[in-house]
Design a binder for this molecule. Structure first.
Ligand SMILES: Cc1cc2nc3c(=O)[nH]c(=O)nc-3n(C[C@H](O)[C@H](O)[C@H](O)COP(=O)(O)O)c2cc1C
Length: 186
């Protein structure tokens, strides 16, 4: 059995919808369990008990939501001290208003997160461009749901992005299954 943890922060529901889409898609896989949790509710046991972790954030001032960063600096850093996250699979997704039409800082947001996960010794699963739906909200780092249009009308993240996030979750779960027990940094 492969265990996947989907973590998110969300104020207005967009990132939560993406987390739910990933959770639903992963739940449909055979021999796979999935738990979806808000960042503030995640414990060290949630991390150590999972084979792969998918983490979603809203873009806040061009970086990750403070609740995601707090979780990394409190829960994850304790596990870093014990070398307990080395080799665990991780993936990311984000939603943002995207004012200006160039992503509103989403790429920096992803990179800031990935820097943290590299520090923790985790194995990153990217989003290759051949994945169906990539052109509707994909970056190589992960799915990006734009919750507002160029005039800042808040229509919410699109169905295409939700479907893409589901596919990303499935790929992450498959990667986690493949690397389970591999203990590659032993
Ligand atoms: C405090 C704050 C800062 C934000 N900063 C950005 C930003 O830098 N770039 C961006 O594209 N969107 C920004 N937004 C918009 C949110 O990222 C966007 O509305 C997102 O979809 C919200 O996710 P949620 O519905 O899960 O809360 C910001 C929103 C808030 C509340």
């Amino acid at each position: 059995m492969t265990s996947i943890l989907v973590i998110y922060a969300s104020d207005y529901g967009n990132t939560e919808k993406m987390a739910q889409a990933a959770t639903d898609a992963i739940a449909a896989l055979a021999d796979t369990t999935v738990v979806m949790k808000k960042a503030e509710d995640v414990t060290a046991d949630d991390f150590t008990g999972s084979d792969g972790v998918l983490i979603g954030t809203p873009v806040h001032m061009g970086s990750m939501d403070w609740r995601i960063k707090k979780m990394i600096d409190t829960v994850c850093s304790g596990l870093w001290m014990q070398d307990k996250l080395n080799g665990k699979v991780v993936g990311v997704f984000a939603s943002g208003g995207g004012f200006g039409g160039a992503g509103g800082g989403v790429e920096l947001t992803f990179l800031a997160m990935l820097n943290n996960f590299a520090e923790l010794g985790m194995i990153f699963v990217p989003l290759p461009k051949m994945i169906e739906g990539y052109k509707k909200g994909g970056l190589q780092w992960g799915p990006y749901g734009r919750s507002a249009d160029e005039d800042m009308n808040h229509g919410g993240v699109s169905e295409e992005v939700l479907a893409l996030t589901g596919k990303h979750g499935v790929h992450l779960a498959r990667a986690a299954k493949a690397l389970k027990e591999a203990d590659i940094f032993a």
